[in-house]
Design a protein around this ligand. Structure first.
Ligand code: SF4
Ligand code: SF4
Length: 385
């Protein structure tokens, strides 16, 4: 259990919770200027950091929860300040000291993750139900690849399209893969950014034990958030295995001549870089390579892409919070995509999938544009599904 003291000055509490990088900030304001919140409302990043330096943080402010951990500011900060660590530290202080306000939606998701291992509050025994009709085997020692779908494609009725398309592609290619079903839990990446460090540690230990018990050597994931946790956070807790995002794996199969397409997709497709695949982990080329390999597909780019891509708004636990209309970054992206003449927005992240899907629905644009994960497009081009 975390032991933060409420009797210390706010600055000490934040430093103790991992906000050490705030000492490096020299108040240039670049972070405020590049933050995507500028597009919809004010979010004074520089001032928030300054208040943390002065011990004047308002833990009850909504600003504590605004950061989507997109990394745009960290990428540009001239002092290399890990701004996300500061935001996470403020949230840890709120969560562990019981000060400030946590939205109901986030509180419920956090309780579900801690209780049953997924944010939707679904039964762990049903975690493999998405794969029932597909004949996907349970992972056992010796199986080549563990496919880890993420909670969203495992349970969300719509997002199951992602896990089912992925399993269809892997099966069609004859890949020796399996799933752990009820043995796996949420990776914990987002709940850690939302300040629940204890929950993250417990999830990570549970997943690492499940992977080790089953002698997992290589994990293929659909979510960049799982990728980030497994690749960058689990190793220091004893998780030692190779991690590949599905787009990396598919691109390598294309390079080896093992993935070929039999159907054309004659569509204009625009790709949206997920923050945790692009900025956080430098994976920009592989998703594009996969899309460009599909016959007939015309790949388009957003006005800002690659390192400058606009966040969908779902990182840092914000996927579980209610973002009012007029403040949703994914709405802006949908407008941009339609303006460019795209017919499909291609995604490589289940959180992006949820946000873009909701944007298209709430903006009443289902006739104008479709939202698809890259795995769905690959399955379509392989099988005509
Ligand atoms: S960009 Fe970096 S140095 Fe400048 S105000 Fe933001 S955190 Fe501080
Ligand atoms: S990580 Fe993104 S959302 Fe958070 S403060 Fe930086 S630019 Fe803004």
């Amino acid at each position: 259990m975390e032991v933060l003291s409420p009797y210390k000055e706010a600055t000490d509490v934040i430093l103790e919770a991992g906000g050490e990088p705030l000492k490096l900030c020299y108040q240039c304001g670049t972070c405020t200027a590049v933050c995507p919140w500028n597009l919809v409302r004010s979010f004074p990043v520089r001032r928030i950091i300054h208040e943390a330096q002065l011990g004047a943080t308002d833990f009850g402010s909504e600003d504590v929860w605004a950061c989507a951990t997109c990394g745009a500011c960290v990428q540009r900060c001239p002092r290399g300040v890990e701004i996300i660590d500061i935001m996470r530290a403020m949230r840890r202080a709120v969560v562990s000291l019981g000060i400030g306000i946590v939205s109901d939606a986030l509180r419920i998701s956090a309780k579900n993750i801690a209780g049953v291992g997924n944010p939707l509050g679904e039964e762990p025994e049903k975690r493999a139900d998405w794969a029932k009709e597909l004949g996907v085997k349970r992972f056992t020692p010796g199986t080549e690849i563990l496919y880890f779908p993420c909670c969203v494609p495992a349970y969300d009725p719509d997002a199951k399209r992602i896990s089912q398309a992925t399993a269809t592609v892997l099966s069609k290619l004859g890949i020796d893969f399996g799933i752990l079903g009820s043995e796996e839990k949420c990776c914990g990446e987002a709940i850690r950014k939302a300040g629940h460090e204890d929950t993250f540690q417990s999830l990570a230990q549970s997943n690492i034990a499940a992977f080790n018990d089953n002698d997992v050597k290589t994990v293929v994931v659909s979510s960049p958030h799982c990728y980030h946790a497994f690749k960058n956070e689990y190793p220091e807790l004893g998780g030692k295995f190779q991690v590949l995002h599905i787009t990396q794996y598919l691109a390598s199969l294309i390079d080896q001549g093992k993935l070929n397409f039999s159907k054309e997709i004659k569509k204009k497709v625009i790709y949206s870089d997920p923050c945790y695949l692009g900025r956080h982990n430098g994976i920009y080329d592989e998703p594009r390579k996969v899309l460009q390999s599909i016959p007939g597909l015309e790949l388009m780019e957003f006005p800002d892409s690659n390192e400058d891509a606009l966040c969908c708004g779902g990182g840092g636990g914000r996927i579980w919070m209610d973002t009012p209309k007029g403040e949703r970054f994914s709405d802006i992206r949908v407008e941009q995509a339609i303006e460019k003449g795209a017919e499909i927005i291609a995604l490589a992240c289940p959180y992006c999938f949820l946000n873009y899907r909701d944007s298209v629905l709430s903006m009443d644009k289902t006739e104008a544009i479709e939202v698809k994960d890259i795995a769905e497009l690959v399955a379509e081009a392989m099988t005509g599904l």
